[in-house]
Write a protein that binds this ligand. Structure first.
Ligand SMILES: [Zn+2]
Length: 420
C-alpha cells in the first residue's frame, strides 16, 4: 500500500479538461430555466467533460477556501416540501397499509412527474438526467452469482433494499387512484423498470438536507423516516473526491455549498458525498477513485480465528467483546485500525491489568508493533492472492455477464488489487 499512498499523496489529482458541455441543448435549457426562476450562478460554473471523471463542473474564476460555490433556490429542488405540497402524492397511497421512506417518496414523485413530459415543471431537470446509471446492483441474479465474492454481500444488500422498496410501493398503491393528466392508474404508470431508474437517480444524485428544516405535517402519516434527502438540479453534477471538503446549509431558502478547498480557474471542482471508501462508492454510486485515501481492507473476527492469526482465551475474548474490539477491524494506509491494534494487543498479552492503559494510550512497544505489522502483511498477502484468483475466474466468465457490468466490475477489482 505504501507506494500507491505516496504517489497519490499529492494535494490534488490531475484533471484534464476535455470539452465544454455548455453547447448541450439540455444543459442550456436547464440553466435558462433555473436562471428564470431566481438562480444566480455565483461562481460561474461550467459543465465540461474531464478525462478522469467524464462530466463535471469547473469555474471560470478562482475559488478560495470558504467561498460559496453554488446557491440553489429551494423551489428548484425536489424536497419533502415539494412532495408534501403536491396533492396527488397523498391520494396515491393507502396510509393504513404502511409507510414509505423519503427515498421511495422522491422516487415515485419523479416517476409521476417524469411521465407528464413537457407538462412537468421539472421537465428541463429530467432531461438533464442520465437515462441509465451504471451501478453494480442493477444486474440479473445470474450475473450477481458470478461477481467476485468480496463484492457479493454489498451488492446483495443493495438489491434487497431496492426490492423491499418496490414491494412497499406496490403494497401501498391505491387501486382507485387515477392520474389527473391521463386517467391511468398507479400500477400502469409506476412500472418496476421506471421505479428502479428513479430509485437509482435518488440514490446516486440525492443530497443530504437537514431534516429539521421540514416540519412533517400531521396529514402526512405515510413518511417512515426523516425527510433528509433532496434532489438538486445542476448541483448534482459535481463529482465526489476524497480530497474535497464542502459544507452544505440552507440560507434564506437557498441550498448552498461552501468549499473548504481552493481551486484554480478551469480546474474541476469536487464536493464530498461523505467519508467513503471505494467499496462504498462503487456500491452506492457506481464509481471509485484510484488511490482513494479512505480505502481499506475490512476484516472480521471469525476470519481472523479461521486463519489462526489470533487466539483468545475466554477472558481475552470477553474483554475484547465488551470494549467492542471485535468490530471496526480493518487495515488502511496508516496500518491497522485502532480496534484491530487493540484486539491484537489483547491476543499478545494475557496480563489483563495492562490492557486498558496500553490500548487507550496506544502505548505499544516496538515488539508489539512489529508483530502487528507482520500479521497485517500476512493478511494483505492472503487478500491479494484471493483477489487475484477471483479476478481470473471473473474474467473467465466474461461471456455470461453484460459488457458494461463486466467492464465496471473488472475495473473496480483491478483497482482493488492495486490498492491491496
Ligand atoms: Zn398522467
Amino acid at each position: 500500500m505504501g507506494r500507491t499512498y505516496r504517489s497519490r499523496n499529492k494535494k490534488k489529482r490531475q484533471q484534464i479538461f476535455v470539452h465544454s458541455e455548455e453547447t448541450n441543448e439540455y444543459i442550456i435549457n436547464l440553466k435558462r430555466w433555473m436562471i428564470q426562476r431566481g438562480w444566480e450562478n455565483i461562481s460561474d460554473l461550467v459543465l465540461a467533460n474531464f478525462s478522469t471523471t467524464e462530466r463535471g463542473l469547473y469555474s471560470k474564476r478562482k475559488i478560495a477556501e470558504n467561498d460559496r460555490i453554488i446557491s440553489i433556490p429551494l423551489k428548484l429542488m425536489i424536497t419533502f416540501g415539494t412532495i408534501a405540497s403536491t396533492s396527488y402524492m397523498l391520494e396515491l397511497f393507502n396510509p393504513e397499509d404502511g409507510k414509505l421512506t423519503i427515498h421511495e417518496l422522491i422516487s415515485i414523485f419523479i416517476v409521476l412527474e417524469h411521465h407528464k413530459n413537457d407538462y412537468s415543471y421539472w421537465k428541463h431537470y429530467f432531461k438533464s438526467l442520465p437515462r441509465r446509471v451504471q451501478i453494480p446492483w442493477i444486474c440479473s441474479d445470474d450475473e450477481l452469482k458470478l461477481f467476485p465474492s468480496y463484492l457479493q454481500p454489498y451488492v446483495q444488500y443493495r438489491r434487497f433494499k431496492l426490492e423491499n422498496s418496490w414491494q412497499n410501493v406496490l403494497n401501498l398503491t391505491n387501486n382507485n387512484w387515477r392520474c389527473s393528466c391521463c386517467k391511468q392508474d398507479g400500477f400502469t404508470l409506476i412500472t418496476k423498470e421506471i421505479f428502479e431508474w428513479a430509485y437509482v437517480i435518488v440514490n446516486t444524485r440525492g443530497v443530504y438536507i437537514n431534516p429539521n428544516f421540514y416540519q412533517v405535517p400531521n396529514n402526512w402519516p405515510i413518511l417512515s423516516d426523516e425527510p433528509n434527502i433532496a434532489l438538486c438540479p445542476f448541483l448534482d453534477m459535481f463529482n465526489h473526491s476524497d480530497l474535497a471538503n464542502t459544507v452544505a446549509s440552507v440560507v434564506n431558502d437557498n441550498y448552498e455549498l461552501i468549499s473548504l478547498t481552493n481551486y484554480d480557474k478551469y480546474e474541476q471542482i469536487f464536493i464530498s458525498y461523505g467519508c467513503h471508501d471505494n467499496l462504498k462508492l462503487f456500491c452506492e454510486y457506481g464509481f471509485f477513485i484510484p488511490g482513494n485515501k479512505l480505502d481499506n481492507v475490512q476484516l472480521n473476527i471469525k476470519n481472523l480465528f479461521n486463519l489462526k492469526l489470533i487466539k483468545l482465551d475466554r477472558r481475552q475474548y470477553n474483554y475484547a467483546k465488551e470494549k467492542a474490539f471485535t468490530e471496526d477491524l480493518f487495515v488502511d494506509f496508516s496500518g491497522p485500525s485502532f480496534n484491530f491494534k487493540g484486539l491484537l494487543f489483547i491476543s499478545f498479552n494475557t496480563d489483563y491489568h495492562v490492557w486498558n492503559e496500553v490500548i487507550f494510550n496506544e502505548n505499544y512497544s516496538v515488539d508489539d508493533r512489529k508483530k502487528m505489522y507482520e500479521i497485517c502483511v500476512l493478511l494483505l498477502e492472503k487478500n491479494l492472492k484471493e483477489l487475484t484468483l477471483e479476478m481470473e475466474s471473473f474474467e473467465n466468465r466474461k461471456s455470461f455477464v453484460s459488457a458494461d457490468i463486466f467492464e465496471s466490475v473488472s475495473a473496480f477489482t483491478k483497482c482493488r488489487l492495486d490498492f491491496v
